[in-house]
Design a protein. Sequence first.
Length: 164
Amino acid sequence: MTTSPDNGTPTATRRIRIAELPSLTDQELGTSKRIRITQEQVNAFADATGDHQWIHVDPERAKDGPFGTTIAHGYLTLSLTVPLFWDLLDVDDAAQIINYGLNKVRFPAPVPVGSEVSASARVVAVDAVTGGWQLTVALTFNAEGVDRPVCVAEMIMRYLGDVD
């Protein structure tokens, strides 16, 4: 289930076929489910990346820090792109889906550990590529209790398969 960006009403994941992708140009896809950020996730991410800065992994010290709690790594927030985006769009007949990259990424506000993060998406462009379509999607991540977006990114995905 997803949440509408304007009123919080649950909506179903959009399911389409690869040939329908061009119709998504300039379309809002809605707002994803929420994922709670736990201290265990943050610690595991710190171990995986070698980034053990106290603001992320030391809850006692972070109580006296600038945010009053530990915060998620920006790249941990960005790594939620896949599960949150899959909640918004399912192209059921794509033979292959490729995460092609990112154009722009910013982290305007921190994600407090314990908060829930969601993403809203708008399809900026759909371009033909050999064997399929390339989607450029503007993503805005929000966390409960945070007034500004916690991440904004422009993601590029390639959907390959029978486009006829």
